[in-house]
Each structure stands twice: as structure tokens, then as C-alpha cells.
Design a protein around this ligand. Structure first.
Ligand code: ZN
Length: 456
């Protein structure tokens, strides 16, 4: 038997309930046998915002987006913008275009990636490549063409099939860690529906077939028992029926809005940055420091109150005094207070999270007591995100069924993620080894499990 290895299938956008349904129907025979029956299958929670890229960080570094100051697939840094101007390196970011290459440098060096810890690590299609050696980024060649066809011609599945081939070829490299992204479930769910039999279900089946071949190959090489296979996703998706374009909304309120891709707006006085399309952060440029609730409502109360009344907005998060965050919805407000690594939650005029009063919950209790609520892990997730100034003055969690972009959305999205709603927060966590990930967990907790397996 060789050394201990981890092969990680990141099945982007997979939902635990859809995976269960397809496995029960017999559509995912390999996942059912090797993972669900012979290994383990449980539910996890991702981070806020629940969006591709930032939501890979918990797996790869064991920490949340707020810890890395990477608060979305797009972010705006008010301090840097007001101090150094629009074109400064750290004033704003969109990882969707050419700035994707800055992602690695933007990460907090305090939290090294698994590729920095295991320098033979193999990468497939993952944008977080910090520490990956050039020759180990095995899908780099040909990726642009495949992604172009996927995005503009909806030829999604070719990408996963090509990735699978590369995954099988890479087994001969005898690497300790492999991170393989299968992107089509997410793409199909955005383009069609998260539960579409003709497209999205097929993407699950491609993953299943890949696993079947991988298990066979590992057994043939006598490496199955020392390989920990993990299969997990970075977020779920919900179905989108309506769009509220936040940029347009604030333009109607007479703001000069800076947003992607129109970052040339003259003398902007506010910014709208959207991720996944059900998460947004807003910054108001008339105040240098972060806004707190009372100042925000006295200076921008009219637009904020109108915003909160919109059906598309589930709730917004704003700062109070230090380590206090207010959640506002169309019924009223609740308060989250952090004290000594414990969080309390107080409904004031409304119970925004629907969990009742909570007093001094530690990290684990925050998870356990909210896992099966409407907004899993919302207390800790609001805290970790709002610690970062790049979360903006206002963080927005969209209502299910809505997203926050319209005009710039090409092609139109039929599914979205990014919010704190359970449909976006719950992720499947599967392994081939019994008792390794048997209890529900945050995605950050997978990181030490990977390290322990390789290092044992
Ligand atoms: Zn994703």
C-alpha cells in the first residue's frame, strides 16, 4: 500500500436533497454504493456569501471568506477607494473577468491553502490555485475553449467529461491531494433548473460515472483503502423567477452607482457589488468609515426603507456598535451581538431568523441550534462576514425566488445562490471511508480532516 491520499470532488452547486433523491431512484449507483452505503453521507453548511470561489476557501484553507477579506466574487473596499482612487489595486475586484488571477494574492497568508501544504497537489478547474505547481494544474490547457463553449453555447457537460479524463490520467502522478471541480451541476442549475431531469440530473450522473471508474482504478492499484475520497459542494441553488436589479433600484433613487461592469461611473456616491446573484454588498461613499445603523438610516433612510420593503429582499445586515449587527426585514429588526467568541441573538421588533432568543452560544452551538432552521449557521456567518470591511456598509440576503441583477445578466439566470437561505447553505458531504464525516459539519471542518488523513 502507498501513501495516504485525498481525492476531493467539488461538485459545484449540488444540493443534498437532489443527490438523495437521485440516489434513491437508482440513478447514482456508484455514489450510493461506495459513499452512501460503504462510507458516509451527511449534510454540511457553507459560508456567507454562498458563492463559488469564496465558498471554496473553507475547504482549501479551513477559514471563512471574511477571514480572507474576500467577501464575494466581486467586492468593493471603501477605504482603499477613497484613499487611493478607483484604479488602485485593492479598491475593487471582480473575479469574473481578468482579475481572477488576483484571487491567490488576495488570500490571507495566515491561512495557507492545501496546495501550499502539499506541493504535489493536483488541481482541476479550480480558480483558487495558490500553491499549485504549473505542471499540476492539469486542466489549464484547453480550459479557455471549453469554458467559452460552456458559457456561450451551453455545452457544459464536455467540461466535466474532459476533467474526468484528466483526473484518471493524474492518478499515475501519485499525488497526496487532488481537488477536482465538476462545474456542470451549477451551470445547468443556473441555466435551466436545479432539478431538471434533462440537464442537471445528467450532470450528477457524470460525476457518478467518474466516481465508479475512479474507485475501480484505485482498487486495481491497491490504493483504495489508503485513499480518502470526499465529495462535496460549495453551495446549493434555488429556482429564480424574478430579478430586482439593485443598480437600477438605486439609480431610481438618484444615486450615482458604481457597479460591475460599469465601473466608470462619474463621481459615484454609492456602490453595488453582487455575488451568486442572491448576495449583494452596498457601500455609501459620503462617509469614510463603515456606516452603523443609526447613521445609515438618518442619511439614507428613504432608499434603505424602500429597499427593505422590496419582495426581492429577505433581509439586510448592517453594523451597530462594535461586534453588533442588526438584521432588518420588512417586519422589523433583530440584533446579533458577539462577546468573547460567543454570539447572542435578540429579536427586537421582529424575529428575522425565526429562531427566538439565543444567549451566549459558542461556535458549535451556533451551528447545532440553527442547522435545520430557515437560515443555517446564520449567526456565525453574519459575524465572520461583517468583520471584514469589504462586506460593505450593508450586506443583503435575497428572498428565495429572486436575484439581484437584471440588465447585465447574460444569459438570464434561472437559478441563484449566495444568500443565507437553507436552499443555498446546505451542502452534501460524502466520503468513501466509514466514520470520517458522519455528523453534520461546517465546510471549514473538512480541511483538518483532509490534513489528518494525509499526515497520519
Ligand atoms: Zn459554486
Amino acid at each position: 500500500m502507498g501513501k495516504n491520499k485525498v481525492i476531493f470532488y467539488l461538485i459545484d452547486g449540488a444540493r443534498p436533497d437532489i443527490l438523495t433523491k437521485l440516489a434513491d431512484k437508482g440513478d447514482l449507483p456508484h455514489i450510493k454504493q461506495h459513499l452512501i452505503e460503504e462510507g458516509s453521507f451527511t449534510k454540511g453548511t457553507t459560508c456567507f456569501p454562498s458563492t463559488t470561489g469564496p465558498a471554496y476557501l473553507p475547504y482549501l484553507t479551513g477559514t471563512f471568506p471574511g477571514d480572507h477579506n474576500i467577501t464575494g466574487i466581486r467586492w468593493f473596499d471603501k477605504r482603499a477607494f477613497l484613499k487611493d482612487g478607483r484604479w488602485a489595486r485593492n479598491s475593487m475586484r471582480s473575479y469574473c473577468g481578468y482579475e481572477a488571477k488576483y484571487f491567490n494574492d488576495d488570500m490571507n497568508p495566515k491561512y495557507p491553502s492545501l496546495f501550499e501544504e502539499y506541493d504535489d497537489g493536483i488541481n482541476l478547474y479550480n480558480m483558487v490555485t495558490k500553491g499549485v505547481k504549473e505542471e499540476n494544474d492539469v486542466t489549464k490547457e484547453g480550459k479557455t475553449g471549453l469554458y467559452f463553449n460552456a458559457h456561450f453555447k451551453h455545452r457544459h457537460h464536455e467540461v466535466d467529461r474532459a476533467g474526468h479524463k484528466k483526473l484518471m490520467e493524474s492518478l499515475d502522478r501519485d499525488s497526496r491531494f487532488t481537488y477536482a471541480v465538476f462545474p456542470s451541476i451549477d451551470w445547468d442549475a443556473h441555466t435551466y433548473h436545479y432539478d431538471d431531469p434533462k440537464t442537471t440530473h445528467q450532470a450528477y450522473k457524470i460525476v457518478d460515472e467518474s466516481l465508479g471508474e475512479l474507485v475501480q482504478a484505485l482498487k486495481r492499484k491497491n490504493e483504495y483503502d489508503n485513499t480518502l475520497i470526499i465529495m462535496a459542494s460549495d453551495h446549493g441553488l434555488s429556482s429564480t423567477h424574478s430579478h430586482l436589479d439593485l443598480g437600477k433600484f438605486f439609480k431610481k433613487h438618484k444615486y450615482r452607482v458604481l457597479e460591475y461592469p460599469t465601473i466608470l461611473t462619474l463621481r459615484p456616491n454609492m456602490t453595488v457589488f453582487i455575488s451568486g446573484n442572491s448576495f449583494a454588498s452596498l457601500s455609501f461613499l459620503d462617509k469614510k468609515e463603515d456606516y452603523t445603523k443609526s447613521d445609515l438610516l438618518s442619511n439614507h433612510g428613504e432608499s434603505m426603507n424602500d429597499l427593505i420593503q422590496q419582495e426581492a429582499i429577505d433581509f439586510v445586515v448592517v453594523r451597530g456598535a462594535q461586534n453588533e449587527y442588526f438584521l432588518l426585514n420588512n417586519e422589523g429588526e433583530s440584533l446579533i451581538r458577539a462577546n468573547n467568541q460567543k454570539l447572542s441573538y435578540h429579536p427586537i421588533t421582529a424575529d428575522v431568523l425565526g429562531i427566538g432568543e439565543k444567549e451566549n452560544l459558542n461556535f458549535q452551538e451556533c451551528f447545532d441550534q440553527t442547522l435545520e432552521t430557515e437560515y443555517p449557521d446564520a449567526l456565525w456567518q453574519c459575524h465572520q462576514l461583517m468583520q471584514s470591511p469589504r462586506a460593505g456598509d450593508v450586506a443583503i440576503s435575497a428572498a428565495n425566488g429572486y436575484d439581484l441583477r437584471d440588465f447585465w445578466e447574460i444569459p438570464e439566470h434561472k437559478g441563484s445562490h449566495g444568500s443565507l437561505h437553507w436552499e443555498h447553505m446546505h451542502v452534501p458531504l460524502l466520503t468513501n471511508q466509514k466514520n470520517h464525516i458522519s455528523e453534520p459539519k461546517r465546510t471549514t471542518e473538512i480541511h483538518p480532516i483532509i490534513k489528518n488523513w494525509i499526515d497520519q
